[in-house]
Design a protein around this ligand. Structure first.
Ligand code: BQF
Length: 304
């Protein structure tokens, strides 16, 4: 079975669009997302364009705020303070990666957690750890939603996560090991969570044997073709988070996207698998929209 993230994300956008239409029908303003972009990394430009287009489709107002790649950390912090204090903006993200001279941790820590719709601030991560209401980071939320919509339970299952980044590996491991009833508002009720999670990384010994014991493998290593067929138990679910550009003179753009999974050989062994493109990527974008609506609803509870 192919876990079609493109189609699932489209369905969720339809649901969001209706929810936002209902809000507008009450005479309330539209939710608004701001996207801070520093410099001009071509991949980031594409991602930001994807986000702006998705916002338009559901009725979220989007504003791109672009800065020169030489902006100082201090100036960027000042700009973030302005967004924190701007009541017309429900949520904002700082598109990653940032240029080398800007410390990602310093920037992320400055974002008001109530507006942190990427769910990457220490506050949202810590609140997630403690099972408190929080904004969940976009890719883990998208993965959980995809599993939920395909009725793939995680309770009691062995989930192997490959990759330990702050953006994907660590938070997805945390999310799937959670007690589900301590989970967060805005999520469809489900049997997700309660997994036994193993997190693997570049120093892990005998990755292949660990993977072969997995019911669900989540690959977020940034290494094309890392997961091969011999590492997958027949019938296991394979979630490919990798987005790698490989040169392809035959394609119009000169490259094509491949994941971290040797799809051709793994797909016949796996019980369910996400393609790249069209798997986790679109789910990540739609999670950002869900998080923005969550931040908007919360701001109305507080102030209006
Ligand atoms: C698809 C991202 C690495 C580093 C920073 C749809 C996206 C990608 C693929 C997308 C990503 C990856 C994003 C597909 C946003 C996901 O059809 O397969 C959408 O736009 N993404 C990002 O903002 O920053 C990244 C990956």
């Amino acid at each position: 079975m192919i876990l079609d993230g493109k189609k699932t994300a489209q369905e969720i956008r339809g649901e969001l669009r209706e929810q936002i239409q209902a809000i507008r029908a009450e005479g309330k303003r539209a939710p608004k997302l701001a996207i801070v972009m520093v410099g001009h990394n071509p991949a980031s430009e594409t991602y930001v364009a994807n986000k702006i287009k998705a916002c338009a489709e559901v009725g979220i107002e989007a504003e791109k705020i672009a800065y020169d790649e030489y902006i100082t950390e201090q100036t960027l912090l000042t700009e973030i303070q302005k967004l924190n204090n701007d009541s017309s903006i429900d949520g904002f993200i700082v598109q990653l990666p940032l240029p080398e001279h800007i410390r990602e941790s310093v920037i992320l820590s400055a974002i008001d957690y109530r507006k942190d719709v990427d769910g990457l601030t220490p506050m949202n991560v810590g609140r997630t750890v403690q099972g408190l209401p929080a904004i969940i980071s976009a890719t883990p939320r998208g993965i959980r939603e995809l599993l939920a919509r395909y009725s793939i339970p995680t309770a009691g299952k062995h989930v192997v996560v490959i990759g330990r980044s702050n953006i994907v590996g660590k938070p997805v491991a945390l999310l799937l090991m959670q007690r589900p009833y301590l989970s967060l508002p805005g999520m469809s009720a489900s049997s997700l969570g309660d997994a036994t999670v193993t997190v693997c990384h570049s120093k892990t010994r005998d990755l292949a044997s660990i993977c072969r014991t997995a019911d669900i493998i989540i690959v977020a290593a940034g290494s094309p073709g890392l997961l091969t067929a011999d590492m997958v138990k027949p019938g296991a679910t394979v979630i490919d988070v990798g987005i790698n550009r490989v040169a392809d003179p035959a394609s119009a753009k000169g490259y094509r996207l491949v994941g971290d999974v040797d799809y051709e050989h793994v797909a016949p062994v796996a019980g369910a698998i996400t393609p790249v493109p069209g798997g986790v990527g679109p789910m990540t974008i739609v999670s950002l929209l869900q998080n923005t609506l969550q931040a908007y609803n919360h701001s109305f509870e507080q102030k209006h």
